[in-house]
Design a protein around this ligand. Structure first.
Ligand code: UDP
Length: 475
């Protein structure tokens, strides 16, 4: 009897950590809601995916993993573990697109063989809508960011701003949004350079079952509603998906870093809310000069700080002023390499977060209930910054005395931002209060009966109904 069988859902994430990790969390959410879940990836990405997949106590994985064979001729074009799609050039993007299109045949074969009830795939794989349609199964689209960013992008696209982006030289208003949001031309995501890709994504979305968003309704209700008003878009707000497994980060932290205990004891020795946590995500984009200004600015702020300095494959060694770490000893802790961010951010001694506003960091800061100093560097980060500072009211913007883009942030601007963030004024207290509120809302959204939980429940019911309607079962 088909109806009593669990829904069989296949996930096909983009091979990039910022997309893959939240999508695996969504896969786990589906598993928690009773689905039989399989993640499909390429052999080169298996090392990233496998550790992220939990095992039950009896050793069987909650989520299955299937490897997709694909032609060797394109293997080198597919970014592997640790690389980030956003960092590639237009020419590399074309190569990448050829490579991902070369996955269409093997994925189609695999789906025909396994006959799932539903396919969830990254927005960067628009052709999977056609694949799913041919097999008569629904496809759900996963975009990395939240509803606010999706609405901003839609407004830019629909109003033709993107055509003018390169020729614009002045700040302009994004039209049709509940808040009056302005952007500089340099703050528009480079994704709009890939016009053909954007068009394909929209077409694919129109023929899809709906869109999965890693956000929660209460964070951006106006935008969540607005995005749902799109004529063809059914959206499900199912996040923050990192909360699908609250012990995960602690485990991941202790596995990935033997020093976590030492860092946590350092935090234990500090007063509540006194430490500013500084981290710029999984990419390194700061120049040596910028590192120096950041270092000096943090030192001059007089606040306690925990600063994660990206090091390792592909990153130049960070340049800190001579004797810096000795000078700040006791007041400032510099972590080199990868830090278990969620575990550290959640510590009560952390009172603020200096962030580059990547969407995952943005959500993690909100979920931890910390006000943020927003220092966007690239991609969608400028838009996320607006959400933090102008919509949610939990962020201060790190100011720059020079034009956005090329200019670096001077030490005194770093100091000013940290003091504003960590200060005792009324505005700072209000940001703290709001951040705590968002944290409570994020957790409530994911609990049984919460908004994200309900969206997941509805989605599961709709997918079950869809399967039942289909003549002749799965395929
Ligand atoms: N992250 C971490 N430790 C680090 C650096 C990053 O755990 O030292 C995690 C962070 O918690 C977040 C992700 O890596 O989940 C970064 O994603 P985000 O969207 O914030 O930025 P991106 O790296 O894509 O620019």
């Amino acid at each position: 009897d088909d109806a009593s069988q669990p829904l069989r859902v296949f996930f096909f994430p983009l091979m990039s950590p910022g997309h893959m990790i939240p999508m695996i969390d969504i896969a786990k959410l589906f598993a928690r809601h009773g689905a039989a879940v399989t993640v499909v990836t390429t052999p080169g990405n298996e090392p990233l995916v496998r550790p992220a997949i939990d095992r039950r106590h009896d050793g069987t994985p909650v989520v299955d993993l299937l490897l997709l064979p694909f032609p060797d001729s394109v293997a080198h074009l597919v970014p592997s573990t640790g690389e980030h799609l956003g960092a590639i050039t237009t020419a590399e993007h074309a190569d990448f697109m050829n490579a991902v299109f070369a996955l269409a045949g093997p994925l189609d074969d695999l789906l025909r063989q396994h006959r799932p009830d539903c396919l969830v795939s990254d927005a960067m794989f628009p052709w999977t809508s056609a694949t799913a349609a041919q097999l008569g199964i629904p496809r759900l689209v996963f975009y990395g960011p939240g509803a606010f960013l999706l609405c901003v992008h839609r407004s830019i696209e629909f109003r033709g701003h993107h055509a003018a982006v390169s020729s614009r030289s002045e700040r302009f208003a994004i039209e049709g949004l509940p808040h009056r949001i302005h952007l500089e031309p340099s703050e528009i995501s480079p994704i709009f350079k890939f016009t053909e890709m954007v068009l394909q994504q929209r077409k694919a979305e129109e023929s899809s079952f709906g869109v999965l968003v890693n956000s929660f309704y209460e964070l951006e209700p106006d935008y969540a509603d607005l995005f749902r008003k799109e004529p063809v878009t059914k959206a499900y707000y199912v996040g923050p998906v990192a909360l699908c497994d609250q012990e995960k980060e602690a485990q991941r932290g202790s596995r990935s870093s033997p020093h976590l205990g030492r860092w946590l004891s350092w935090l234990d020795s500090k007063p509540a809310g006194a430490v500013v946590y500084v981290c710029f995500g999984s990419l390194c984009e700061l120049s040596n000069d910028q590192f120096k200004d950041l270092a000096l600015g943090l030192e001059a702020s007089g606040h306690l700080f925990l600063w994660v300095v990206r090091e390792g494959a592909g990153c130049p060694p960070a340049w800190l002023p001579d004797g810096y770490e000795r000078r700040v000893e006791g007041r400032g802790l510099v972590i080199r390499g990868w830090a278990p961010q969620v575990a550290l951010l959640g510590h009560p001694a952390v009172g603020g977060f200096v962030t580059h506003c990547g969407w995952n960091s943005t959500l993690e800061g909100l979920t931890a209930g910390k006000p943020m100093a927003a220092w966007p560097l690239n991609y969608d980060q400028f838009v996320n910054e607006k959400l933090l500072t102008e919509v949610a009211g939990v962020g201060v913007r790190v100011r720059r005395s020079e034009a956005v883009g090329a200019a670096r942030v001077r030490a005194e601007e770093v100091t000013a931002a940290v003091r504003e963030l960590m200060g005792g004024g009324e505005a700072a207290a209000e940001r703290r209060r709001r951040a705590r509120e968002y944290a409570a809302m994020a957790k409530a959204a994911m609990k049984e009966g919460g908004s994200s939980y309900q969206d997941m429940t509805c989605l599961m019911e709709e997918l079950m109904a869809c399967r039942e309607r289909k003549p002749g079962g799965a395929l």
